[in-house]
Design a protein around this ligand. Structure first.
Ligand SMILES: C[S@@+](CC[C@H](N)C(=O)[O-])C[C@H]1O[C@@H](n2cnc3c(N)ncnc32)[C@H](O)[C@@H]1O
Length: 306
């Protein structure tokens, strides 16, 4: 796998062309309003290259969204041909996000969420799930993708009782994230730190562990760490070739991790049952047919800071 690489901070693109949709609680698909493929300068105006596939937009493509360009769809299709399970991974990851936030908001009473590697808005984003349960929930999103930044105005729409904020920052720089997030979150109170599908972009495991430690050291007892992470275990061997293809043709470079390496993120924390498992099997909603859902090669786990 490639060495650790940071993505430079993105320029401020200014106001969103087209504005937010009428009902921000619905699935957000701004591309049709904001961007047309026949407006080749659109990406250039924002300072990013629409001819190079980017993870946030390809992830959006696998989830059935329209916030993506031809280059994203092309690489998305190629990866899907090499690893057909990728769409199941993306859906299982989103469903895990929903169950995790629901559990933390309703059963634990967490009211603050720091969601790092937000992705493009889709259905049931963190603030929607949390504020549906507790309207006073405060959510800070972090991503470094310029198109996610363009959509940030939509993400800022939350309940009047709560708060929803967005930080354009790199996950490699937890100090900057904490400083900016402190404007919205009170780090004296328990907070859920969320890395769903994003620690895999911090390629060096020691660096990734140090980032997680930095954040978890900053929050009090009773805070939580939520991680979803791709692996070549759990039947993800086909994923290896597709990840190599990704790293040659798209950005940012990605890595998978074994269960043992992912366990390092949780050192000093209390892992909740059922531990580090396929994210589809982390406390799944009961299926009409009974039994457990199929595994996907994406681990999911939640732990509490004692
Ligand atoms: C696979 S998507 C996951 C989105 C969402 N968390 C989910 O689970 O559906 C990964 C996201 O991480 C973001 N990302 C990648 N590298 C990052 C970095 N160094 N700093 C901040 N965000 C990053 C990408 O832009 C993308 O939006």
């Amino acid at each position: 796998m490639a060495e650790d690489t940071s993505t430079p901070a993105s320029p401020d693109p200014g106001p969103l062309p087209g504005g937010p949709p009428a009902d921000p609680t619905k699935v957000w698909n701004f591309r049709s309003a904001a961007i047309a493929e026949d407006q080749p300068d659109w990406g250039g105006d924002l300072g990013f290259d629409i001819t190079v596939a980017h993870n946030a937009r390809v992830w959006n493509y696998w989830l059935g969204g329209r916030d993506n360009f031809a280059a994203d769809r092309e690489v998305g299709e190629q990866v899907q041909q090499m690893f057909p399970g990728i769409v199941d991974v993306a859906r299982a990851d989103r469903a895990f996000l929903g169950r995790a936030v629901r559990y933390l908001a309703s059963e634990v009473g967490i009211r603050q969420f720091l969601d790092i590697g937000t992705g493009l808005p889709t259905a049931d984003n963190t603030h929607e799930v949390a504020q549906r349960i507790a309207p006073n929930s405060r959510i800070v999103y972090v991503d470094n993708d310029p198109l996610v930044l363009v959509h940030a105005r939509a993400l800022l729409v939350g309940t009047p009782e709560g708060a929803t904020d967005y930080i354009d920052a790199d996950a490699h720089d937890p100090g900057s994230i904490l400083r900016a997030a402190a404007e919205t979150l009170d780090f004296a109170k328990p907070t859920a730190i969320m890395f769903l599908g994003s620690l895999n972009f911090i390629l060096d495991t020691d660096t990734a562990v140090a980032v997680v430690d930095h954040l978890m050291n900053h929050v009090p007892s009773g805070s939580y760490l939520v991680v979803a992470h791709p692996t070549h275990e759990l039947g993800g061997e086909a994923n290896a070739a597709s990840m190599r293809h990704w790293n040659e043709h798209a950005t940012p470079p990605i890595t998978s991790r074994s269960r043992d390496k992912i366990a390092r993120f949780f050192h000093g924390l209390e892992l909740l049952e059922p531990g580090i498992v396929s994210c589809s099997r982390w406390r799944p909603d009961p299926a009409p047919s009974g039994g457990l859902p199929p595994e996907v090669p994406q681990f999911g786990a939640i732990a509490r800071k004692p």
